[in-house]
Write a protein that binds this ligand. Structure first.
Ligand SMILES: C[S@@+](CC[C@H](N)C(=O)[O-])C[C@H]1O[C@@H](n2cnc3c(N)ncnc32)[C@H](O)[C@@H]1O
Length: 436
């Protein structure tokens, strides 16, 4: 006799808070219950999906009674199952307020009081995302291509995506068709996209070699859709073009600075280009560049900030761990005729205790999520700089580093959110510190 399938647990719960991930928070059986698509004050019928680490995760299958005043209808048919976004059901202005509120909360925990809050800055709210890694899953005849679902590792069922740029979104259905024809579809775990101003590269990860027929189909796809397909059998270093020719570079413009940046599809670039342009402008205006200003750009990547700073007249020292990004940054500096004002070096900024910094006016920081690292205060001390501009993708480490800076007499003169990833819980913050 077959065992009857277990019915998922459903219960009516009261949502009391919103987590930093954008999920409603309630309690069930004395355990915290995280509910997607639920807002504080709402009473919801929650279907428990899974348990992990003492927490429960659920879907709001029905909202009973009145809705939260900031609830809106999501413009995405895959929401809230698709984990690419977690705030689509919240009015956009409220999303910005929530993000700013979270930054304020982390700063308060560290006893850092900003002198001025700047209004949150946003650009394109939909169709902004130029970089993404999508999962692939073969289910019988069907192939799924999408972000991972929230609260699970499954690939979401997408036919389009409203936060990807229209060009990348339009590739989802045709990629599903292509993969459905490949003999190795079950051995393609993911596809990564990178887009420049004029072209798209698509990195197809495959665990077994493609057959001749597969290669023919992929070549045909590349021609038909005008994208560069790169095959990736292992790490990034294994990326190859279909015909073995060199990987074509992508590019973007920074029009206000008259700067043209080239990059390899593997290299870090900011995902939301309209917002990136606003971020660069804000960094430049905080530092009110004069021709003698000396600035270090820590975690400089390709020189996304270094080049506009140099173009505005500053002398810039950039440091970055990715050798290929530094090499590309140097080429970009030459291409833009600012090489004499930029000095980019490879350095592991978390582990390099004896970084040789010259005397500086300002330090620009744009670190990964883990923050500026253990040498932050030695950089400010050694360089004697009186200004720090901090671009952060993690408000928690931003606040910790802000607290460290205050021990050296810096004040957080201005701070505000730059909404790099609308409709997601990701928070980008720009802080400007000065020392009297
Ligand atoms: C948020 S990105 C910023 C890049 C650049 N500022 C931009 O706007 O494109 C962070 C950069 O830090 C670099 N990075 C990560 N760990 C590092 C380390 N230990 N030392 C130096 N750079 C590191 C990454 O390679 C990446 O380029």
């Amino acid at each position: 006799m077959t065992k009857p399938a277990r019915q998922p647990t459903e219960s009516v719960v009261q949502v009391v808070d919103l987590t930093h991930q954008g999920h409603g928070l309630a309690e069930f059986n004395n355990k915290p219950l995280h509910i997607r698509n639920a807002l504080p004050g709402e009473s919801v019928n929650a279907r428990i999906l899974k348990k992990r680490g003492g927490k429960l995760f659920a879907d709001a299958v029905a909202i009973l009674g009145s809705h939260h005043p900031h609830r809106v209808e999501s413009s995405c048919s895959a929401y809230p199952r698709c984990g690419g976004c977690s705030m689509h059901h919240i009015d956009y202005h409220q999303q910005l307020k929530l993000k700013q509120h979270q930054v304020a909360g982390f700063l308060e925990q560290q006893n850092v009081s900003p002198l001025q809050w700047n209004a949150p800055v946003s650009a394109t709210r939909l169709g902004y995302r130029r970089k993404a890694r999508l999962g692939v899953r073969q289910l019988g005849e069907q192939v799924l291509v999408g972000f991972r679902e929230s609260f699970s590792n499954r690939v979401a069922r997408l036919s389009a995506c409203v936060v990807l740029t229209p060009e990348l979104s339009a590739l989802i259905p045709v990629l599903k068709q292509l993969l459905g024809k490949l003999s190795i579809a079950a051995s393609v775990p993911q596809i990564e996209f990178a887009q420049g101003d004029h072209s798209v590269a698509l990195m197809l990860r495959h665990l077994v070699p493609l057959s001749d027929q597969d290669l023919h189909l992929v070549g045909d796809f590349q021609r038909r859709h005008g994208v560069q397909v790169l095959l990736q059998e292992g790490g990034y270093d294994t990326l190859v073009t279909l015909d073995g020719s060199p990987i074509e570079l992508l590019s973007y413009q920074i029009p206000a600075s008259g700067v043209y940046m080239q990059f390899d599809p593997r290299q870090f670039t900011q995902v939301n280009q309209p917002l990136n342009l606003l971020l660069i402008q804000a960094v430049l205006s905080h530092l009110s560049i004069s021709s003698h200003k000396r600035i270090a750009d820590m975690f400089c990547g390709l020189g996304n900030f270094s080049l506009p700073l140099a173009r505005a007249g500053a002398k810039v020292w950039g440091f970055e761990i990715d050798e290929s990004a530094v090499a590309r940054g140097i080429k970009n500096a030459q291409l833009n005729h600012v090489a004499e004002r930029i000095h980019l070096s490879v350095a592991d900024l978390y582990n390099e205790a004896n970084l040789a910094l010259p005397k500086l006016d300002a330090l620009l920081l744009d670190p990964p999520r883990s923050g500026a690292g253990p040498h932050l205060l030695s950089w400010t001390q050694q360089s004697g700089c009186d200004e720090v501009v901090y671009v952060s993708c993690n408000p928690e480490t931003f606040a910790e580093d802000a607290a460290l800076l205050t021990t050296q007499g810096f004040a957080l003169a201005q701070v505000g959110v730059f909404d790099m990833f609308p409709h997601t819980s990701h928070i980008e913050t720009l802080g400007y510190f000065t020392r009297n």
